[in-house]
Each structure stands twice: as structure tokens, then as C-alpha cells.
Ligand binder design. Structure first.
Ligand SMILES: Cc1cc2nc3c(=O)[nH]c(=O)nc-3n(C[C@H](O)[C@H](O)[C@H](O)COP(=O)(O)O)c2cc1C
Length: 285
């Protein structure tokens, strides 16, 4: 964004766009990028103007000019030692730029997701039921993002008896391992009016949380319906997806897509886009 361009919603969503644009100007020169490369790869981590001039293959005054610009953006730091000035890469500034760029990238990506869906469902919103259980909010967060973009109905089920952290990892895991069900509300969900189901649960003890077993048991009118199953996990989803699939298929649903996301992946626009593509693809198939 150049000077004089009025503030718009970009400034609200990505407040660093101006700074980033200035940084890109500084980076838009092959010799300055070469200087950064040599500073980052040199084992001593510090180089003077004459070293850099020899490595990049340009004159010392030209190197000095480039260093001045890199320094003005905080990309390199200078330290005077006697008659010499040594330059080092400012690593924390590099991390900051990466984070600023990531913010812009993820915002644009999420808009692309919405555009993709808008184009594909120009006839109307998707007639889908997104039904999920979430204990600590990760699965909920992911399903809310999917719902925000795809539309449809979003239904969260709750256990009648709330788990505390201790009982979740003791009773809850035992129940999950023996594939039991927990009493839930709502206990019956009629999905006969939908064209596609999205069913999601966290992994508990490498299997679906017991509430997800109840969720599937309580689905009514799902015979012949296409379904996408999704699980969120921390390190190992184990048998969660195969069990979800088996349970849904025993109710007559046809599982057409599967996704397992770690907590970090649920925040990543690439994975959200992947899931949306899967949903839109299955919906239109
Ligand atoms: C009782 C319990 C058992 C869990 N067991 C597993 C497991 O076997 N494997 C795994 O990768 N994550 C396991 N997790 C982590 C959750 O699956 C993960 O954090 C998930 O994203 C949480 O989703 P939620 O916030 O929607 O409940 C467990 C979490 C809890 C509370």
C-alpha cells in the first residue's frame, strides 16, 4: 500500500500491511537479498563491507548503499570495531516479517476459501448438517469456521454429565476405549432433510470420544446419506476415523471423505480449505 492510499478494512485485518510493503521494497533487489543470504549463512554470523563486496561481486560503495537500506528497515545491525564496521542479520526482525506476512497470507487465503465456495454454490447455500462434539473447543472452532464459509446447519451435542479434566482422562478414556456411549443432548438428530452430513469429534484414547458414539447412534434418517467424517487430535488419531466410519456405515450412511487434523492444523487456512474443497466436492458429486 503506498502513501496516500486511504485506510480500509485491510488496515483492520492486517494492521502491518504498510510496514510490510516498505519491507518488500527493501527486499526487492537481488543484491540486497544476496547480502542477507551471505550474512545468514556465514559461520561467523558477521561480515564487513569488503567481505560482502567480494562475495556478492559488486563494489564496496554499492554494498554500503544496500546495507544502509537494509539497516533502515532493521534487517541488519551494524557494530563498529575500531576502524571496521561489522554487519549481522537481525534474526528477530526476520521472524517478525515472517509473522506479518503470515497474517496477510492467512487472511487472503480465508477470503479465497469464501470466494471458492461462493463460485461453486452460486445456486444457493449448501444443504448440509454439521454435527459435532467438542470437549475443549478445538473441534468446535474448526466446525464454526467450516460453517461460516459453507453455511448449512451447525449442531453441537453435549454430554448430560459434564466431564472434568480428571474424569475425562480416567472414566472418559475407559469408556472411549470400550467404545461406549455417553448420554447426550440432543439425543436424536433427524438428518433426513440434508444432502450431506459432516460429523466431527475429538480423539479420546485413540478412538472417538464416547459422545461421538452416541451422536452417531442418535442420527435418524441417515441411511443413504453422504457423510464426511473429521477428527481433531493432539498427537495420534489412532483408530478414530476407521471407527467413526464403521459406526456411520452401520447406520446406512456412505462415508465419502475423511479428515484428521492436529490442533495446529485446525488453525491453518490450507487445511480449512482442504476440508471445504472436500465438502463442496462431495456435495456436488
Ligand atoms: C480425555 C482425552 C483423551 C485424549 N486422547 C487423545 C489421543 O488418544 N490421541 C490424541 O492425539 N489426542 C488425544 N486427546 C487430545 C484431543 O483429541 C485433542 O486435543 C482435540 O483436538 C480436542 O478437541 P476438542 O477441543 O474439540 O475437545 C485427548 C484429549 C482428552 C481430553
Amino acid at each position: 500500500m503506498s502513501e496516500g492510499v486511504p485506510e480500509d478494512e485491510t488496515s483492520r485485518e492486517c494492521p502491518n500491511v504498510r510496514d510490510l510493503a516498505e519491507t518488500f521494497k527493501v527486499l526487492s533487489d537481488a543484491n540486497r537479498l544476496r547480502i542477507l543470504f551471505h550474512l545468514s549463512t556465514d559461520t561467523s554470523g558477521t561480515l564487513g563491507v569488503s567481505d560482502l563486496a567480494a562475495r556478492v561481486g559488486i563494489s564496496q560503495p554499492a554494498v554500503s548503499q544496500h546495507l544502509k537500506q537494509l539497516k533502515s528497515d532493521g534487517l541488519v545491525e551494524a557494530e563498529r570495531v575500531g576502524f571496521h564496521v561489522n554487519f549481522t542479520l537481525n534474526r528477530s526482525r526476520m521472524v517478525q516479517i515472517a509473522e506479518q506476512f503470515e497474517q496477510v497470507r492467512s487472511t487472503v487465503f480465508s477470503r479465497c476459501n469464501q470466494q471458492l465456495v461462493r463460485e461453486k454454490i452460486a445456486e444457493g447455500p449448501l444443504n448440509i448438517a454439521i454435527v459435532y462434539y467438542s470437549y475443549s473447543g478445538i473441534t468446535r472452532g474448526l466446525m464454526e469456521k467450516i460453517h461460516e464459509i459453507c453455511g448449512g446447519d451447525l449442531v453441537e451435542i453435549h454430554t448430560l454429565k459434564k466431564y472434568r479434566s480428571f474424569t475425562a482422562f480416567t472414566t472418559g478414556c475407559l469408556r472411549s476405549r470400550s467404545e461406549e456411549i455417553d448420554p447426550i443432548t440432543p439425543d436424536i438428530i433427524d438428518v433426513s432433510g440434508y444432502d450431506l452430513l459432516v460429523i466431527a469429534t475429538p480423539v479420546w484414547a485413540w478412538k472417538p470420544a464416547p459422545a461421538a458414539n452416541s451422536l452417531i447412534a442418535g442420527l435418524s434418517g441417515c441411511a443413504g446419506k453422504k457423510a464426511i467424517i473429521c477428527t481433531t487430535y493432539s498427537s495420534n488419531p489412532g483408530h478414530c476415523l476407521p471407527l467413526l466410519k464403521k459406526n456411520l456405515e452401520s447406520k446406512g450412511a456412505i462415508v465419502v471423505g475423511e479428515a484428521a487434523y492436529s490442533r495446529r492444523e485446525t488453525e491453518d487456512p490450507h487445511h480449512i480449505m482442504e476440508m471445504i474443497r472436500m465438502i463442496v466436492g462431495a456435495y456436488q458429486a
